[in-house]
Write a protein that binds this ligand. Sequence first.
Ligand code: FE
Length: 137
Amino acid sequence: MESSSPEKGVRTEAEWKEILTSKQYYVLRQKGTERPFSGKYNTFQEDGVYKCGACGAVLFSSESKFDSHCGWPAFSAPKDSDTVTESRDTTLGMTRTEITCSKCGSHLGHVFNDGPGPTGLRYCINSVALDFEKEEK
Ligand code: FE
């Protein structure tokens, strides 16, 4: 098994810029937002896990994914509570809760209190910030 330190996957901005596509870099490192209904996982429904598009940390499971009709992939909960970090975001004249990858600090999206499931939460995440991995059942 490959050994990994906690810092594995964390890089400098210059490295991120080199590794990521310009779209990925804009969302993950510059806190951008992809256009609604443009992302590849918006209506995607396969079984598996969604990893951070920057560092590869496992963030969400397809089990918690639902169709929010908002134009971005939506999840009712992260795979584990400590895989994502919440912080207050007051940009664009709104108060929102930003979601970042706990491992590498990359921006993923926002969480809102209008989810339909038992948690009442809607993690609204950019497709370009995620990397899907199929789970064989
Ligand atoms: Fe990450």
